[in-house]
Write a protein that binds this ligand. Structure first.
Ligand code: BDR
Ligand code: CA
Length: 330
């Protein structure tokens, strides 16, 4: 997927979301990642709230020059679900007690149009890291069918192969929120890496890490992240005793960036992915794991790379070391 020591121009497609915020700050802090735009989608919150959260997170981190667009407001092929306020807070950032005023505005383009414009201007150079439902990429494919050739790569946080799902026994939330879009994206022919629950459920980040970050940086951005993560960790700690043991959370979205720059921390498998679009198993990501002919058609699609194993300690150390860097100006 990627070469060590190279640089990455990234469009971050996101539904912030606490782990989305963590991932954004990881990307901003990483010396090899250049975030050239933030495209937003519904998911953890409404798309209007997602766009406002992206603007806010960039504003308080001193990165107001990065364009933010508002994207799809609902799934392509099914009714939308209520946002999970019990996981990310009603505001998506753990119900922040107060927000500092900011003067940033959205780029007027749709998220899909922004992705297409950037891919056309910089063919073969842009990587999309997509950590929410995949409607923006699906619509971008409609505008520009040649998008898989124009983008360098796509990294998705979403899906699961062997690990049980988090919205049904077989489905992960981002894919379940818009299975039709996800199936289009997986079948499109992108140089695509899937970072799903098979690996994200192995990496538990303690709230104490974010407390240390806040103490180290003395900055509103890391204070905000600490507050948001504390709320988010309560949800996971109530659900899983092994997460409660360290009062932690799953970092989900941040691992998409770790997989981009440090693929050696992951074990992968290659194969076609198709998504179940309706019924009891909707949102399931089915991986063709054997190279044998099947009588069932529909599997003649370009294979993708799926993260199946992870060096969890290596990922945690990487996340800590990047976020501890001197990336915030007073
Ligand atoms: C994914 O769903 C969202 O709640 C998180 O932000 C993450 O992208 C995990 O299933
Ligand atoms: Ca997300």
């Amino acid at each position: 997927m990627s070469n060590l020591n190279s640089n990455y121009q990234v469009i971050y497609d996101t539904d912030p979301g606490v782990d989305d915020a963590m991932a954004l700050y990881y990307a901003l802090a990483h010396p090899q990642i250049d975030v050239v735009g933030v495209t937003t989608t519904f998911g953890n919150v409404s798309v209007a709230q997602a766009a406002e959260n992206a603007l806010y997170l960039l504003a308080i981190a001193g990165r107001g020059h990065i364009p933010v667009t508002q994207g799809v407001a609902a799934p392509l092929g099914k009714p939308g679900e209520a946002p999970p306020a019990h996981i990310h807070g009603a505001d998506g950032l753990g119900n922040l007690a107060n927000r500092h005023p900011h003067a940033l505005h959205k780029d007027p383009r749709s998220s899909a149009q922004f992705i297409v414009d950037m891919a056309r201007v910089k063919p073969g150079q842009i990587t999309v890291v997509a950590v929410g439902p995949l409607g923006n990429l699906a619509l971008a494919l409609e505008i520009e069918p040649d998008l898989p050739r124009l983008l360098r790569a796509v990294v998705i946080m979403g899906g699961t192969v062997l690990e049980p799902g988090n919205v049904s026994p077989v489905a992960e939330a981002n894919i379940w929120n818009d299975p039709h879009a996800a199936d289009r994206v997986f079948c499109a022919g992108f140089a695509l890496t899937m970072v799903g629950l098979d690996v994200t459920h192995q990496v538990i980040l303690p709230v104490t890490l974010f407390k240390q970050l806040a103490a180290h940086h003395h900055h509103v951005a890391t204070d905000t992240l600490h507050d948001a993560v504390a709320f988010y960790a309560n949800f996971y700690s109530d659900l899983y005793p092994h997460v409660a043991a360290i009062h932690g959370c799953f970092g989900h979205d941040v691992l998409a960036f770790v997989a981009l720059t440090d693929p050696q921390l992951f074990g992968t498998q290659t194969g076609a992915i198709r998504v179940v679009v309706d019924g009891l198993a909707q949102g399931q990501t089915m991986l063709k794991r054997k190279s044998i002919p099947y009588p069932q058609n529909g599997w003649e699609v370009v294979p993708v790379t799926v993260c199946m194993q992870v060096n969890a300690t290596g990922c945690s150390e990487k996340i800590e070391s990047v976020l501890m860097r001197d990336w915030l100006t007073p």
